[in-house]
Design a protein around this ligand. Structure first.
Ligand code: FE
Length: 361
């Protein structure tokens, strides 16, 4: 107020303004001051978190809406199919990114290797995520899981004729198997799990056996393998579980319902180490300017309210051990999972890739 009076009493105004006009000007100045002050404080205290996400908007946006509703923290998302790692590296310390969300341990690990994630000590994350599903240095945390299963033709492959993933290299399946290329992250992680279980030499024999049994050159994505079974091109395929749900209930492309209907899911290795799983997850960026909000969002994503959405929207399995499976996921069969620490898959990925190159998968 002192400032306003000083300005209005400055000699420029002192004689030229009537007392009434000075009164108006005081009010206008006051309003302006209030406006400026409130804009500054809003920017200082606006709670937000910036997410770089490889996960599709249709899946992840409902989580963020829930989060904002319950915390008041606004979530800004940059969605991309690739290049987020390169982007964070290019932005360096100035990056606006607080949190990265991605699928597959291979991609999470790329962020660790470039040293752009920071360790997070959170009792909630420790409690809600089992040991084997988070980084031992606390730099990334799995938020959902998927099993890589064997899909068999309902009509042409007898139930229980495949029990272990190792069975796929049996010569009796010659010309019967379809897969996407071995060097895809999903297959590379699968092979890494076989290396961890059986050693490199046996894993290579297995991969060579798969290649020898292929009905066609590896091509297409996971759903394309189910389609190939439906069309009779092959009888057996390797697939992530959530694709089954996405095909089974696909109203946009109803032909995919037929693909799903032609296959049966086989959870492998139930009598030994359990079925290979992979994860989707996230980590907090080293240069995060909203670290507390990023941690709050990560923690929120492991709470039951959010965990159930992974299953109901995307047919993924929750990581939180307190969660019940949805009826749909239950109907696919409850299974024992391979508890190999997921970070081992990243560690063995380069060895797996060499095998894939050698056997030409
Ligand atoms: Fe996928």
């Amino acid at each position: 107020m002192l400032l306003i009076n000083q300005i209005l009493n400055h000699r420029t105004w002192r004689y030229s303004l009537s007392p009434q006009k000075k009164g108006y000007m005081k009010i206008i100045f006051r309003l302006l001051l209030i406006l400026i002050a409130s804009t500054i404080s809003l920017n200082l205290f606006a709670k937000e978190v910036n997410v770089y996400s490889y996960r599709q908007p249709i899946l992840i946006d409902p989580f963020f809406e829930e989060f904002t509703k319950s915390t008041g923290i606004k979530v800004n998302v940059l969605h991309a199919k690739k290049g987020l790692l390169e982007r964070v590296l290019a932005e360096g310390e100035d990056t606006p990114a607080d949190l990265v969300l991605t699928v597959d341990i291979a991609r999470l690990n790329q962020f660790v290797e470039k040293d752009i994630l920071q360790p997070i000590n959170s009792d909630i994350l420790q409690m809600n995520i089992p040991n084997h599903l988070r980084d031992s240095n606390n730099k990334w945390f799995a938020l959902s899981k998927r099993a890589r299963i064997v899909a068999i033709s309902k009509e042409r492959v007898k139930k229980n004729s495949i029990k272990r993933i190792e069975d796929l290299s049996d010569i009796k399946w010659k010309g019967k198997i379809c897969t996407r290329p071995g060097s895809h992250d999903y297959n590379r992680s699968l092979l890494a799990s076989i290396i961890a279980a059986n050693g490199e030499a046996i894993a290579e024999e297995w991969a060579a056996g798969i290649v020898a049994n292929l009905a066609r050159k590896p091509e297409g994505n996971d759903r394309a393998q189910a389609k190939a079974i439906y069309e009779g091109v092959c009888d057996i395929a390797v697939m992530n579980t959530y694709y089954f749900g996405k095909m089974k209930f696909n109203e946009k492309n109803p032909e995919q319902k037929d693909w799903a209907n032609s296959i049966e899911l086989v959870f492998t290795n139930q009598e030994d180490r359990g079925n290979h799983i992979n994860v989707a997850g996230g980590g907090v960026i080293k240069y995060s300017k909203n670290k507390d909000n990023a941690i709050a969002l990560l923690e929120f994503l492991t709470q039951p309210k959010a965990q159930v959405l992974y299953s109901s929207i995307n047919y993924e399995y929750p990581v939180n051990p307190d969660m019940q499976l949805t009826d749909e996921l239950k109907s696919w069969g409850e299974f024992k999972e391979d508890k190999l620490p997921v970070e081992k898959l990243a560690e063995l990925a380069p060895v797996a890739q060499k095998i894939i190159d050698r056997v030409g998968w």
